[in-house]
Design a protein around this ligand. Structure first.
Ligand code: A2P
Length: 323
């Protein structure tokens, strides 16, 4: 598989591989698993690694990347590495130090993409989820356009090649796009998307603005107790998805990944299991028919697995808008 043939152009002249490797492990998973899995993923041909300060494993993921550079499997420029600015660092003066902290953990000179993880700022400090004495999350007010200007400066300083956002609704995106003196547009908006949450309107909006939509939880999420309602239906058990999978002699997971690629969405496949890491690369080995795509569009039920409940009530909570 030549990854160069599976890239999507970004609006700033860079390219992003359409399949990315997700590195988020739930709290129970030892951090060393992320290191092992990232090495396996690079060996299997993944060149796009999606990570975040929040995941608290950038040291391990960075070590995996550097070891694959050291053993000659890849060069730094072959890898597209995304990190995310956590929301306790959205104040403009905290942006560059936050990116530098990630780079120090990674022991890399630059990231390829740095994105705001979520639009709702929390109280600055070391605590990732600051709470008051009653256990209530402590919100902070930050002008996202000022945060954006700080990201633009990180790009100009060469600490990141591209800048973007995650979990923004179209109004929040528009606010950035309409900012007086905007220097760089966001290259992407990374959001939850899968056949139960197709994000059709947000995708159309992003396409019209040359912003790439990146899908996280394309397989229906990790179903982590702390983040996901355990009563929600399991995407990979969906009968329509299973029928299409049977027809193509592939797994429902591969159908869900292929669905995104064929609608021009960059897709992040997370697995820490060698067999599934390798299986997910088969997304390039088959095609869905236009009829399959239509049927898959039809299973949408606007079901969001990951709601970021702790931010509900924040003035910048993104998911109260239709899209
Ligand atoms: P695992 O690491 O055990 O493979 P996502 O968050 O991207 O929607 O993924 C949800 C979960 O799906 C992951 O935690 C991952 O668990 C699992 N997974 C990844 N690839 C596959 C696959 N090919 N088939 C079934 N499950 C998969």
């Amino acid at each position: 598989m030549d990854h160069k043939h599976h890239c999507v152009p970004l609006n700033d002249g860079h390219f992003i591989p359409i399949l990315g490797f997700g590195t988020y492990g739930t709290a129970e998973v030892p951090k060393s698993e992320a290191e092992k899995a990232t090495k396996i993923a690079i060996d299997a041909g993944y060149r796009h690694i999606d990570a975040a300060y929040l995941y608290e494993n950038e040291e391990e993921v960075g070590r995996a990347i550097r070891s694959k550079i050291a053993d000659g499997t890849v060069k730094r420029e072959d890898i597209f590495y995304t990190s995310k600015l956590w929301i306790t660092f959205l104040r403009p003066e905290l942006v560059r130090p936050a990116l530098e902290k990630s780079l120090k953990k990674l022991q890399l000179d630059y990231v390829d993409l740095y994105i705001m993880h979520f639009p709702s700022a929390l109280k600055p400090g070391e605590d990732l989820f600051p709470k008051d004495e009653n256990g209530k999350t402590i919100f902070n007010t930050v002008d996202l356009r000022a945060t954006w200007e700080a990201l633009e400066k990180c790009k100009d300083a060469g600490l990141t090649k591209s800048i973007g956002v995650s979990n923004f609704n179209h109004k929040q995106l528009e606010r950035i796009l309409n900012k007086p003196g905007l220097k760089y547009k966001p290259v992407c908006n990374q959001v939850e998307s899968h056949p139960y949450l197709s994000q059709k309107k947000l995708l159309d909006f992003c396409k019209s603005k040359h912003i790439v939509l990146v899908a996280y939880s394309p397989l229906g999420s990790h179903r982590d107790l702390r983040w996901v309602d355990q009563n929600s239906p399991r995407l990979l058990d969906d009968p329509v998805l299973c029928d299409i999978a049977k027809k193509h002699k592939r797994t429902p997971a591969l159908i869900a990944l292929r669905y995104q690629i064929q609608r021009g969405v960059v897709v992040l496949a997370k697995s820490f299991n060698e067999k599934r890491i390798r299986e997910n690369m088969q997304v390039f080995d088959f095609q869905l028919t236009p009829e399959d795509m239509k049927v898959l569009d039809g299973v949408n039920r606007n079901l969001r697995y990951v709601n970021y409940d702790f931010a509900i009530g924040h003035p910048e909570y993104p998911f109260t808008e239709e899209y």
